[in-house]
Design a protein around this ligand. Structure first.
Ligand code: SF4
Ligand code: SF4
Length: 169
C-alpha cells in the first residue's frame, strides 16, 4: 500500500479497518494529523484502501508475492509451509523457480529420485537451499528473505517424536 499524506484528513477510518479486519498496524498520530504504520506485520490485504474516503491509501500497480516453502501433505509427516520470501516481484519468483532443478540435482547428486520438495530442503538444510535457489536472482528492493526457517513437525500416524521417557534426552 502507498500512503499519500497530502490527501489524508485524519478521520481514522483506515485505523479502524485495520484493527477490525486485519493486523492492527495503523495508528493515528494526532499531533501530525497523519497515519503511522508498523511495517512489521502489514499483510497487504487492502482493507485500509477500501476504508479510506479520500484515496489517501492506494494499491501499487505492481503485484508482490509471498513464497511459502516446505509444506507437505501425507499421513506420516505433514507440516505447514513456512515463509521464505515476502513482497517478491514476479521476476524474482520466476527466476527463483528456474533454480529449482539445480537445487534438486545438488541434493540428489543428479540421481532421479522421487522426493517432495520439503524433504529436499530438509536434506540440504535451509541455508544451502537459500544459497542455491537465489543464486543469480536479483531481488526487488522490497523483497524480504527468511533468515532462517524453523520447522515444526506434526505427527499424526507416525511416532517419530515420541519415545520411552528414559530415552528422552
Ligand atoms: S494492507 Fe491490511 S494489514 Fe496492511 S495496513 Fe492496510 S489494512 Fe492493515
Ligand atoms: S481513512 Fe484515509 S483519510 Fe482517513 S485517516 Fe486513513 S488515510 Fe487518512
Amino acid at each position: 500500500m502507498e500512503y499519500h499524506s497530502e490527501r489524508c484528513k485524519a478521520c481514522g477510518a483506515c485505523v479502524k479497518a485495520c484493527e477490525k479486519g486485519a493486523t492492527r498496524v495503523l495508528s493515528l498520530n494526532e499531533n501530525l494529523g497523519r497515519i503511522e504504520k508498523d511495517a512489521c506485520c502489514c499483510v497487504g490485504c487492502g482493507e485500509c484502501v477500501r476504508a479510506c474516503p479520500t484515496s489517501a491509501w492506494t494499491r501499487r500497480e505492481t503485484p508482490f508475492y509471498r513464497v511459502i516453502i516446505g509444506g507437505r501433505t501425507g499421513r506420516q509427516t505433514p507440516r505447514a509451509g513456512k515463509m521464505f520470501l515476502n513482497w517478491a516481484s514476479e521476476d524474482v519468483i520466476l527466476n527463483t523457480l528456474k533454480n529449482w532443478q539445480k537445487f534438486s540435482a545438488y541434493v540428489m547428486d543428479n540421481k532421479p529420485e522421487y522426493l517432495h520438495g520439503g524433504h529436499l530442503i530438509d536434506r540440504a538444510g535451509y541455508k544451502k537451499f537459500r544459497e542455491i535457489i537465489l543464486d543469480g536472482v536479483k531481488l526487488n528492493p522490497e523483497c524480504l528473505v527468511a533468515e532462517n526457517v524453523f520447522w515444526n513437525e506434526t505427527e499424526y500416524r507416525s511416532n517419530f517424536n515420541v519415545k520411552p521417557l528414559n530415552l528422552c534426552k
